[in-house]
Design a protein around this ligand. Structure first.
Ligand SMILES: NC(=O)c1ccc[n+]([C@@H]2O[C@H](COP(=O)([O-])OP(=O)(O)OC[C@H]3O[C@@H](n4cnc5c(N)ncnc54)[C@H](OP(=O)(O)O)[C@@H]3O)[C@@H](O)[C@H]2O)c1
Length: 264
């Protein structure tokens, strides 16, 4: 296949993307993937210094990058962020809802505050970001791409960690994705989700050890037909594909990137 064919299928030059939760972990990889394919990328989270470093790195791909400090739970901050991105990079063509939290605690004594935090960040903020950006996409009339970062736990329970709020909200994000795909298909907006299994990040690292806990890793590997955790770079193709012209007829899909976790 020629470079021209590849560009035609997967090229994102001239597109503007917003990736939430891009100050660490998977969000950085999603931003890198979109930048590699040629999109200008706004990276949003609360830790501005981290975002500034990420943005510098994205610029090495020859694209424009904009760090935006905002809390996804604050609708006013998201409104302002979307406006800032519009004024600086242009209207958003691709939204990746990646910001997330995974509060841990046994269900029977899970503090309501932790439950609420999972709901606020993992679900309500995904909806409000979709609403803010989706409204602009609808008004502009040129379609768009929304990619929600769910989890394999959107479709099954977590037998390794006690994360009741996380599992509940990821299940909701998976079905929110399908609902928006149906409602916004008429506007040419595709809405899909990526459902990763376990990738080492701040979220999955034991803060006391500074790495993934061995016993948890062994259990995760046991549940994974490919027998290992996800590695850096293994989500790049999924985000580029769903954002690209190649996926123009793909909507309402949940793309598992999970070493086969959901296959059995
Ligand atoms: N790692 C995995 O194995 C795995 C598996 C399946 C799904 N996922 C999903 O992938 C996504 C990224 O997770 P990760 O593993 O990369 O975790 P991570 O390294 O902890 O990153 C979480 C990101 O979310 C941002 N964030 C959290 N609360 C926020 C808020 N209120 N406002 C704005 N940004 C906020 C954080 O930035 P600030 O703290 O700077 O705000 C950070 O950039 C999550 O949705 C997670 O559920 C991860």
């Amino acid at each position: 296949m020629s470079a021209e064919h590849l560009e035609h299928l997967f090229g994102l030059r001239g597109k503007v993307a917003l990736v939430t939760g891009a100050s660490s972990g998977l969000g950085i990889e999603f931003a890198q993937g979109l930048a590699m394919a040629g999109a200008d990328v706004a990276v949003l989270a609360r830790r501005l210094e981290r975002l500034q470093e990420v943005a510098k790195q994205l610029e090495t791909f020859g694209v424009r990058a904009l760090p935006v400090a905002a809390d996804v739970c604050d609708v006013t901050q998201i409104e302002a962020a979307v406006q800032q991105i519009h004024d600086t990079l242009g209207p958003i063509d691709i939204l990746v809802n990646n910001a997330g939290v995974a509060p841990v605690g046994r269900a029977e004594r899970h503090a309501l505050a932790k439950w609420q935090q999972a709901l606020d960040v993992n679900l309500t903020a995904v909806f409000t970001c979709c609403q803010q950006v989706g409204t602009q996409m609808i008004a502009r009339g040129q379609g768009g791409r929304i990619i929600n970062i769910s989890s394999v736990l959107g479709e099954g329970a977590n037998a390794v960690h006690h994360t009741v709020g996380y599992a509940a909200t990821k299940g909701a994000v998976t079905n929110l994705t399908r609902q928006l795909a149906v409602e916004w298909a008429a506007h040419g907006i595709t809405v899909n989700a990526i459902a990763p299994s376990w990738f080492p990040t701040e979220m999955t690292t034991d803060p006391r050890l500074g790495r993934v806990h061995e016993s948890q890793q062994a259990r995760m590997e046991l549940f994974t037909p490919l027998g290992r955790l996800g590695q850096p770079g293994e989500l790049l193709g999924a985000v580029i594909f769903l954002a690209s012209p190649a996926a123009s007829y793909v909507t309402g899909a949940i793309l598992h990137v999970d070493g086969g976790w959901r296959a059995w």
